[in-house]
Design a protein. Structure first.
Length: 61
């Protein structure tokens, strides 16, 4: 378990920006051939099964 003193509270806008940034990184790694498309799709399914309302869950890439 991670001690509470290490957690940083973020607002909704920051969380959205982080999510967008992570998606951009995944797509860049895919374009460079560093991430296998099937693995990305599998991980997308896992993320969306945990949070189906996430913005990325409407468009698998």
């Amino acid at each position: 378990e991670i001690p509470a003193k290490y957690w940083i509270k973020t607002d909704a806008k920051t969380k959205e920006e982080i999510t967008k940034f992570k998606r951009e990184i995944r797509m860049a790694l895919k374009a460079e051939g560093n991430h296998h498309p099937k693995a990305l799709k599998m991980l997308w399914k896992i993320r969306c099964s945990e949070n189906p309302t996430a913005a990325e869950c409407g468009t698998p890439e």
